[in-house]
Design a protein around this ligand. Sequence first.
Ligand code: NAP
Ligand code: GLV
Length: 313
Amino acid sequence: MKIIFYEQGADIDAWLGGLQRELPDADLRVWTPGDTAAADYAIVWRAPRELFANRPDLQAVFNLGAGVDAILDVERREPGTLPPNAKLVRLEDTGMARQMVEYATHCVLRYLRRFDEYDALQRARRWQKLPQHARESFTVGVLGLGVLGAEVAKGLLALGVPVRGYSRTPKTIDGVQIFAGANRFDAFLDGVKVLINLLPHTPDTEGILNARTFGRLAPGAYLVNVARGPLLVDADLLAALDSGQIAAATLDVFHTEPLPQDHPFWTHPRVSVTPHISAETLREESIVQIAGKIKALARGEPISGIVDFKRGY
Ligand code: NAP
Ligand code: GLV
């Protein structure tokens, strides 16, 4: 089988070496512009349109991340770019869930125990004790209960805070209050103190973190966006921070990445910025998962993680 690989800036030797170890009979190559030779599988992250075009042989495209918005955007802009019979397969966990649980836990503890405010007090050389937040009303709402969101919701229960989750279809997670479907969105939001976003970027979710959403949260709520930048209306967050409706935000993803130098988030005293690192693609775990799925497809067996183009995730 022929496999093409594309990821700008990746450690190519490590990726191809690992893939060859798992798939000894595969003919692996790095895709470069102008390469139109046949390929059965593509393993890519943020690949240009040209890689996908005119490849009727392609059986599956493996996305080196959980979010497939970049690939679907290529198809949305120029329908028919992706080979019609190729499956689009995203990474499922591969060590990302644990990283997301760590990131979310850090944020919730930071806000629950007011460490962000103590940092500011230290900078002002002020020795001042702040009253603790009441744990029982420090409700955390997790938007998206998929592979990552479900683990985050479960992990946060260990902090003893009430945890809610929101998804398109109903779920059962012990200890987590579930809200499913658009008609339950407002009920989900009502009174949430920390909103953690783990929804995929689709036409339905774009801009969902907006003034209306913020207005339904508990006063002085906190926002954590670890999904994708376009789900947030930046100006609405800045206004909500000004009014106090949002007390502080931690943002890992942005409309434009890297975040432009002149963006107000960089210097806002109540915004924490990280450079899209809340859950990174781990090479070994990803190689093993992708190789396992390629072997299953070659045997004609079903695999999980296939993207539904209509749903957009
Ligand atoms: P996933 O397994 O596909 O889960 C998506 C969840 O969102 C599902 O629970 C789904 O509901 C729900 N959902 C989708 N559209 C919805 C809508 N319109 N209304 C309500 N719920 C909706 O995805 P995942 O693996 O957990 O990853 C989630 C996202 O995290 C990715 O798409 C990616 O953008 C982001 N991510 C970011 C980083 C980072 O480093 N910052 C790393 C990895 C992933 P159903 O369960 O009912 O289908
Ligand atoms: C990273 O952002 C991913 O989608 O895996």
